[in-house]
Design a protein around this ligand. Sequence first.
Ligand SMILES: Cc1cc2nc3c(=O)[nH]c(=O)nc-3n(C[C@H](O)[C@H](O)[C@H](O)COP(=O)(O)O)c2cc1C
Length: 189
Amino acid sequence: MDEELRVAVLVASTREGRVGGEIGRWFVERAAGHGGVVLDVLDLATFAIPARLPAEPTAGMAGFAKRIAVAEAYVVVTPEYNRSFPASLKQAIDCAYEEWRAKPVGFVSYGYRAAGRYAVEHLRDVFTELHTATVRDSVCLDLLEHECGDPGAGPHGESAGHAASALLDELIWWGLALREGRRARPYRG
Ligand SMILES: Cc1cc2nc3c(=O)[nH]c(=O)nc-3n(C[C@H](O)[C@H](O)[C@H](O)COP(=O)(O)O)c2cc1C
């Protein structure tokens, strides 16, 4: 349906033994229940994106860029590594350029006490360079609180569920507004 927004959910961690897969699944389940979106999960662990950028894009890089082009909005599920986001994510982001433009980006971050907020702040800079609109509200999960979640409200508690809803409401608003904007006039920037 035309009103449903095509949202790509990027699962950023490719680390062996990662918790990112579980957090990505949790968010995708919340987003599916929220409605208004058609989801495409881009798990970076399943893309063959080389660590050393080649002169010409590989099939893995081109395949990733194509999925970015098709999406109308993005949610990045990212851990925090040494006060930033993982290199695997930067390498993937850099595989596309025009494909990101004039679309909104939201964040689900996780880590220890800061809950991935430093990673998100760095990502806002990167995504500004790519002419995206980053949404204000994000989901920030403190892994040290993980065991304390409300058992009736999913693995990350009720407050995380509310944060996911706020993020999705903003992402959908921006996504539909920017879809109309791109149709009305070519983005110049
Ligand atoms: C190399 C590395 C650096 C990390 N640095 C931070 C950090 O600066 N802040 C933080 O809150 N957690 C940090 N952590 C903890 C991670 O957020 C935590 O291990 C998380 O599970 C990583 O996500 P993943 O399991 O999906 O890869 C770090 C973990 C790794 C592996």
